[in-house]
Design a protein around this ligand. Structure first.
Ligand code: ZN
Length: 266
């Protein structure tokens, strides 16, 4: 972990304390710092660590032409519906689960169904606290407690943490990097958490369409922020998947999204 600390310090200095916020491109400089450190399969605290290389920050995919659908805040009561839509299109997505929810057996069962269907499960904190208001020790607890319940209930070893609301600075990222986990943000937010008279499923769909229209799968990729609890998103999920495919993109999990094709070919 000492090496990780040193590298995190280096990242910290190079970032000049610039804020990693939720806007596209702001933190893209971090992408070039993909760490070639493979965490050992440590069973400290009886929770195995990820074995893949740590990618400090993900906002888009390393291979152009991929789109990762990511769903936050689950499992929700809408989970089965989302799984069924994804299944009908043979699409695999990534779910960032809130640890505390897995204290309920019915939510454990929903999450197990997602795993059976081939989806990726990741860490979205213990109780959706704002990391910018927490101490290093509290952030470590939010991440570790969630990893613990993901392992104990689902036998899942997460690789990424998505901070609630995407709110994180480099100092808050450091305890997460020190634990050996990457931070997952996004580069396309269709704002499905909004639900007003003027913002519904059609607006979410159009926001994604507006991003895809000027883009090219030869050069671009997207990590889309969605929420399985949101009817605003799920009502149009089927159409959104069709739209993404029509634009020539391939749907991928976050793991597939961070595979570097050049590295992979060696
Ligand atoms: Zn969230």
């Amino acid at each position: 972990m000492a090496i990780l600390s040193k590298i995190s310090c280096l990242l910290f200095k190079m970032a000049k304390l610039s804020r990693i916020n939720t806007k596209p491109n702001i933190a893209l400089t971090f992408m070039s710092f993909t760490l070639l450190i493979v965490s050992t399969n440590s069973f400290a605290n009886h929770i195995p660590k990820p074995t893949q290389q740590m990618v400090p920050l993900v906002q888009s995919c390393q291979t152009p032409g991929l789109v990762a659908l990511t769903f936050d805040d689950g499992p929700s009561d809408n989970f089965t519906r989302v799984l069924s839509i994804l299944d009908s299109h043979n699409v695999k997505a990534t779910f960032f689960l809130v640890g505390k929810k897995l204290e309920k057996q019915n939510y454990i069962e929903l999450a197990q169904q997602a795993i059976t269907d081939g989806h990726q499960i990741e860490n979205h904190s213990w109780d959706h606290s704002d990391f910018l208001t927490l101490s290093d020790a509290q952030i470590t607890e939010q991440v570790s407690k969630t990893n613990e319940i993901l392992w104990n209930t689902l036998r899942v070893i997460p690789r990424f943490v998505r901070p609630p609301h995407g709110r994180i600075d480099v100092p808050e990222a450091m305890p997460i990097w020190n634990l050996g986990y990457g931070i997952a943000l996004w580069n396309l937010d269709p704002r499905d958490y909004k639900s007003t008279l003027f913002w519904g499923p059609q607006q979410v769909f159009e926001r994604i369409e507006d991003a895809l229209e000027p883009s090219s799968p030869a050069t671009d990729s997207f990590v889309i922020l969605m929420h399985d609890f949101s009817a605003t998103s799920t009502d149009k999920l089927s159409d959104i998947i069709i739209l993404i495919k029509q634009h020539g993109y391939t749907l991928a999990t976050l793991d597939e999204c961070v595979i570097n094709s050049e590295e992979d070919s060696h």
